[in-house]
Design a protein. Structure first.
Length: 288
């Protein structure tokens, strides 16, 4: 029998921003804006749903204001607990990207993975942290320290890569070697050079590693930072590197698509690159 998966991606604009409420009010507004879309995904029978990078907040990294540290929370914690209720209600795996506070002063850009029965399976912490104009992320996030885990969910083996990570093939390779069948990349990226790379890098990862990817980007412009337009264009790509479903550039949207995980075996059997790959030699390369 084919292993058909129905997956969903939510891209979302910010309903309330700095100066329009407290940090808690801004976060509550963003979470509440997501809930009807999460419900819609559940009602449509989505089995695995992924939200965008730090989904409950603005992308505050164009500034360097320490007050946004207050938006970080424990993982698991209040927001993941809330998402777990929807996971259980709809028998739906949910990937929840969130600003994590491990302890005072120790903060990460994280994605929690919640299984279809509401069980918290674990988390991935963003490994590659940019620090350049408009993206002062090292002010807010430590580099991840959990490696590249793959989570056995009810429906598939799932890995997570977050935004800037996508520029680096090494972690994408690790996820494939660790058994990922679907890799989700929640992002916050604006128009410019990255828009060209958006449709280049992730299909390349999917083709090089023989897995599906779900790639999510937020939409709209976020004041007062105004670094540009978040261009949406969330999409699914198959193990051949072909984009087969894509959302709009400018609308809040739930993108839903079905795909057959057996295509992974078909592609890998055709190209045999998993047979021919030599991971035992990679360590020698990195030692040069």
């Amino acid at each position: 029998m084919p292993r058909i998966i129905k997956s969903g991606l939510i891209q979302m604009s910010l309903p309330k921003t700095e100066g329009e409420g407290t940090i808690k009010e801004i976060m509550d507004a963003m979470i509440q804006k997501h809930i009807p879309y999460i419900e819609k995904a559940g009602e449509q029978g989505v089995q695995i749903l992924c939200l965008q990078e730090i989904f409950s907040t603005p992308y505050f990294c164009p500034g360097q204001d320490a007050k946004w540290y207050a938006s970080a929370e424990s993982v698991p914690g209040p927001t993941t607990d809330l998402m777990a209720t929807y996971a259980k209600k709809y028998n739906m795996v949910i990937i929840v990207p969130i600003y994590e506070r491990e302890q005072a002063g120790v903060l990460y850009n994280t994605a929690a993975v919640i299984d279809a029965d509401g069980t918290y399976l674990g988390k991935y912490r963003k490994s590659h942290i940019p620090h350049t104009n408009g993206f002062w992320e090292k002010f807010f996030f430590r580099p991840g320290n959990l490696g590249y885990p793959v989570f056995q969910t009810k429906y598939a083996k799932v890995g997570v890569y977050i935004c800037y990570d996508r520029h680096f093939p090494e972690g994408a390779r690790c996820l494939g070697l660790n058994g990922a069948e679907i890799v989700y990349n929640p992002s916050a990226t604006v128009a410019g050079l990255s828009q060209y790379l958006w449709k280049l890098e992730q299909p390349a990862h999917a083709a090089a590693n023989g897995y599906f990817m779900g790639c999510i980007n937020r939409v709209g412009e976020e004041k007062p930072w105004s670094i540009g337009k978040f261009y949406g264009s969330s999409y699914f790509v198959d193990p051949r590197g072909q984009i087969f479903a894509q959302a709009s550039e400018d609308k809040d949207e739930l993108l839903v698509s079905e795909f057959d995980l057996d295509v992974i075996d078909e592609v890998r059997s055709t190209w045999q690159f998993f047979r021919d790959r030599r991971p035992e030699t990679y360590g020698k390369i990195t030692e040069l």
